[in-house]
Design a protein around this ligand. Sequence first.
Ligand SMILES: [Zn+2]
Length: 199
Amino acid sequence: VWLRVVDLLFPAQCGACGAIGSGFCDACAAECVALTETRGALLVHGLGAYDGPLRRAVLALKDGRRDVARALGERIAPRTAAGALLVPVPTTRSRLRVRGMDGVAEMARAVCELGDRTLREALVHAGTDAQRGRSRALRLSARGRFLCSRRFHGERVTLVDDVCTTGATLVDCAAALEAAGAVVREAVVAAIAPKQRDP
Ligand SMILES: [Zn+2]
């Protein structure tokens, strides 16, 4: 009920063009050409290139816009498989502190709320407080910047992130998950940027 009151007071607004009604409107979404690219061993599915309206929407998401996160989640949902286990790439604590919202987790949550997908917030940044008190086995499953906080038993996992550029983050996350027993072959992101350019 509370959420509905909030929706009435602050209706969703397109993060790219400002139109009222959705955090990423149909007109802006229609400008996107869906992409699938490879990064390492991963197939990365995106709504489109990191450009134009999609770039503006992703920047709004990074700026803490929940309505934009929800709308992008609804848009990426069809690019995930039925029954998929979704693991969001974790936001750094400092970013979370500043923005008050984990946009990527919110996007993944919106996908799962549409049904038949399961959210597993299994990754944390390595070398943070979150690492304390973990078992040695889990600490050993850390790869690069990420640590997996749970065990998997061969389940297939799909990573979720906002933007993919070089893919280094996704590849590190996949390695941490695979060290914890998951199988990771795919990622779904809002936007894919050319490998040679930083977003
Ligand atoms: Zn728009």
